[in-house]
Design a protein around this ligand. Structure first.
Ligand code: S3P
Length: 172
């Protein structure tokens, strides 16, 4: 399918860029976290605290299976942990072009410093947590992606422009 799947660490701009892309391409926008929250009738934080992370990861895989089975091309903004499961990474490829928004840890820290909605970031040393997670996840994001875009020096509009350009006819 010729959809677009945006992956990357929390705070890299997936949701913002996905919104811009959906508007430009006239394709359906799906934000995995928001859709899971809607389906479950509770926030991600609530899901983590009441059912645990593994249950949330199972919901992510279920959700991806559902989207991969759809006929319609979509712009999918993923949760930061979605590509970690091998099955998820495969499902994403069935949905569309997988694009990694690669953002430096200092930029991420500035964006999520005061965030209270992401359970994995509620850590006494948030900077170190981000560093450690990125060491593990960086190579996984890179392996899962067909395209890697360094985002630090680009606006969301510039990133969306670039994606539209490399997508060519298929997305415009
Ligand atoms: C997570 C990222 C979050 C959300 C959950 C877990 C992660 O999504 O899915 O808190 O493991 O990186 P965003 O990347 O949209 O913040």
């Amino acid at each position: 399918m010729s959809g677009i799947v945006l992956i990357g660490y929390m705070g890299c701009g997936k949701s913002t860029v996905a919104k811009l892309l959906a508007r430009r391409c006239g394709k359906k926008l799906l934000d995995a976290d928001r859709e899971i929250e809607k389906e479950q009738g509770r926030t991600i934080s609530d899901i983590f605290s009441s059912l645990g992370e593994e249950a949330f990861r199972n919901m992510e895989t279920e959700y991806l299976r559902k989207i991969a089975a759809m006929e319609e091309d979509v712009i999918l903004s993923t949760g930061g942990g979605m590509p970690l499961r091998k099955e998820n990474a495969e499902l994403m490829k069935n949905i569309g072009k997988v694009i990694y928004l690669k953002t430096g840890e200092d930029v991420i820290f500035d964006r999520v410093e005061k965030d209270t909605s992401r359970p994995l970031l509620q850590d006494a040393d948030r900077k170190k947590k981000i560093h450690n997670m990125l060491c593990v996840r960086g190579p996984i994001y890179e392996a899962a992606a067909e395209v890697i875009i360094r985002t630090d020096d680009k606006t969301p509009e510039e990133i969306a422009d670039y994606i539209c350009r490399i997508g060519g006819e298929k997305w415009n």
